[in-house]
Design a protein around this ligand. Structure first.
Ligand code: SF4
Length: 431
């Protein structure tokens, strides 16, 4: 490769060299996301591709995932993307991966270790639902090297959990936290949602009290998403009384809950490092950081996304390395029937530039415009600078020299802020 990019001969060559070395650094290790779409019941607010399926599907599903894992290298070669063997983060999400039987947990990790080299200190996360982690599965998780668990609590107030379709109580969550720690898994995340039906400012404080009392080193706090994809969202948009839409707090109350979470978690040394994520120092989610920092990952299973760099550096002048985004089917029956072609799109440099903004702005660490200039060139950054100035006037972002971050107000309407960076780029490339 170095003979292809022999060193700086003018600005364009310098930029190409920078891009090349950035990509080499980024390619050193891969993250693997594996989706497990099975749930014991469907939560009212859930807009994921998950469902309640008979346990008899679990084995077939894992067989298919293993088949895809074995075929991943051939697929990457056909697509012309680089698939590093070295893996430094793994994330089993869903769905409820803790519903997998112990032998299936073992089968997933055996296959993964046969195809990839997992770092000895790789972060290996599994999402679990409270009250849905069988003893034998927990043992299998620990044996397979799972060293981080994300627990979908959403509310510590039993009535709220119940009307949202969750199957646990606060006592069950606390018991599971003790069991996980006894099994040697102390790197724990707890998810909460602000805006559940029946939630009040007072009950939110109770959930925050319980969250802090649990002393997990990581917490994710989401605000309720209202869209047609969830039953609660549809009821809020179209009316009805089955999922307690009338008990969903107002937008102002939800914004206040989010603000209180930032305040109280910060005071307890769970520092916010991303719009929805908080951790004690050194316990940030390494896997999720790779999405926002635009490092490569392979998605396996139902409705899973991948982002992988082209094996050969783009021949386009001044363009950064090509990036392939791929997404697997979200139809379980189709997925189980055999290998399915993934939906793929090569992102143009301009599209990658837009992503650099809306992924980077999620992080409190800020977007560094000088780094973007080295990667994408001065012209693209100049266009974004105008957007930044406009957003700064509205106090949605703050700019400290070349470093741009969302303000507290910007975080509340982050999707609207991100929209402002769309359209700086051109359309997708056909390849
Ligand atoms: S457990 Fe998670 S994936 Fe399953 S229905 Fe509830 S929110 Fe959705």
């Amino acid at each position: 490769m170095s003979s292809e990019y022999p060193g700086p001969h003018g600005k364009a060559a310098q930029r190409r060299e920078t891009i090349y070395w950035m990509r080499v650094a980024a390619q050193r290790a891969l993250g693997i996301y594996l989706s497990v779409p099975f749930c014991r019941s469907k939560c009212t607010y859930c807009n994921f591709a998950s469902g309640v399926y008979p346990a008899s599907q679990h084995g077939r599903y894992v067989d298919r995932v293993v088949e895809d894992m074995r075929g991943a290298r051939d697929w990457a070669e056909r697509m012309g993307v680089e698939l590093p063997r070295r893996v430094d983060t793994v994330y089993l999400g869903g769905g409820t991966p803790s519903l997998l039987e112990p032998e299936l947990v073992a089968a997933v990790f055996d296959a993964m270790r046969a195809e990839f080299d997992l770092d000895a200190d790789a972060e290996i996360t599994m999402e679990c639902a409270p009250g849905q982690i069988a003893d034998a599965t927990l043992e299998a998780m620990a044996r397979a090297g799972v060293n981080r668990v994300s627990l979908g609590v959403q509310s510590f107030v039993d009535r709220e959990a119940q009307v949202s379709g969750r199957l646990h109580s606060r006592a069950i969550v606390e018991q599971d936290l003790r069991r996980l720690r006894r099994a040697g898994i102390a790197n724990l995340n707890i998810d909460l949602i602000g805006g559940l039906a029946g939630q009040t400012r007072g009950s939110w404080e109770q959930s925050l009290d319980a969250l802090l009392a649990a002393e997990a080193p990581h917490a994710s706090v989401y605000m309720l998403e209202v869209d047609e994809e969830s039953r609660l969202g549809r009821e809020m948009l179209n009316g009805g009384g089955r999922y307690y839409a009338e008990l969903v707090p107002s937008d102002e109350a939800i914004a206040e809950m989010y603000g209180r979470a930032i305040e109280r978690l910060g005071a307890a040394r769970l520092a916010q490092y991303e719009i929805s994520n908080f951790s004690t120092a050194g316990f940030e989610s390494r896997h999720n950081l790779r999405y926002w920092e635009r490092r490569p990952y392979l998605g396996l299973g139902l409705d899973a996304s991948s982002a992988l760099h082209a094996a050969e550096l783009s021949s386009r002048k001044d363009g950064p390395a090509d990036l392939l985004r791929a997404k697997t089917t979200d139809e379980l029956t189709a997925y189980l029937s055999g290998p399915q072609p993934a939906e793929t799109a090569w992102l143009s440099p301009a599209q990658q530039f837009e992503e650099a903004w809306f992924l980077g702005l999620r992080l409190n660490a800020a977007v560094d415009m000088e780094a973007l200039e080295r990667e994408f060139g001065a012209e693209m950054v100049a266009a974004a600078r105008e957007v930044v100035e406009r957003l700064a006037e509205d106090e949605l972002v703050s700019a400290d020299g070349a470093r741009v971050r969302l303000t507290a107000r910007g975080r509340l309407v982050s999707n609207d802020v991100f929209q402002e960076f769309l359209g700086l780029g051109a359309g997708q490339l056909a390849r």
